[in-house]
Write a protein of this length. Sequence first.
Length: 277
Amino acid sequence: MTNTADQSPLGKSSAYRTDYAPELLFPIPRQGKRDELGLTGTMPFFGVDIWNAYELSWLNMRGKPQVAVAKITVPADSPNIIESKSFKLYLNSFNQTKVADADALKILLEQDLSAAAGASVHVTIIEQQDFNKLAMGELEGVLLDRLDIEVDNYSPQPETLKADFDEQPVEEVFISHLLKSNCLVTGQPDWGSVQIQYYGPQIDQESLLKYLIGFREHNEFHEQCVERIFTDILRQCKPQQLSVYARYTRRGGLDINPWRSNYTSGQKPSNLRNARQ
C-alpha cells in the first residue's frame, strides 16, 4: 500500500515509545505532489533536505543518558520523504535504548532513515564537547521584505510572477522571512525564510514577494513548498540557473531545510541556524 499524508501520525494521538522502534518511520512518496506540478521523468532540479534534530538522546551501555544534535541529509532524488511526526517518534524511541556510542547510533540512524527514504541518507552527530562549534548565521541576499506592497491574496499564484525578457540576463540573490505555509494534514503553521538565487531575465521583486506571501494559507509539506516555488519561478521567469533554499523553524525539536538547484556550480547551502530557528 502507498502511504499517504492522511494515514500518517499527524493530527492523531500517539503513544511515545522509548524503546528502539524503526517501524515508527512513515515514508510518503514524493511523486504524488510532483505529479501535481507536472514533474515526471527527469526532475528539473537536484538537491537535499537538511534536517536538524535538537532533542536526540539515548543511554550508554551503563544506562547513563547521552545527548547530542544530529544533522540528517536526505537526497531530493530519494523516492520518499519522511513524515516529520513519525521522525520525532522514531528519535524518541532511543530515549531508553542502550547504544554503544555515537558511532553506533549514527550507523543505526543511517540504516533506518535510508530504508524509509529509499536512498542513502547521511547523518552527522554532534556531541556535547562540540556544541560550541554550532554556529549561527542568516541567509544572504537582497531583502524583499523591505518593499511596501499591498497584498490581498494568500494562495500561490504563479501567473503573477514577472520577469523582464527584453533586457540582458542578471544574477541576483533575494531573501524573504515572510514565508509561511501550513501543514498538509493538521493545518498548523510552518514558518520559514527563503533564499532565491538565479541567473536569467530580471525577476520583478514585487511580484516575487507577493507570490511568496501567497503561501500563507497554502497546505503542503516543507519539501513540497520549495519544489513548487522552484518550479513556478522556473516556468514563469525562465532563469537559466536557479536555486531555492528554505529554512523552516523547528517543531518537536526538528527543523527541515529543503534546497533545490539546477546548476552544479551553485554552492551547496550552509547549515547555519538562523535567529528564528
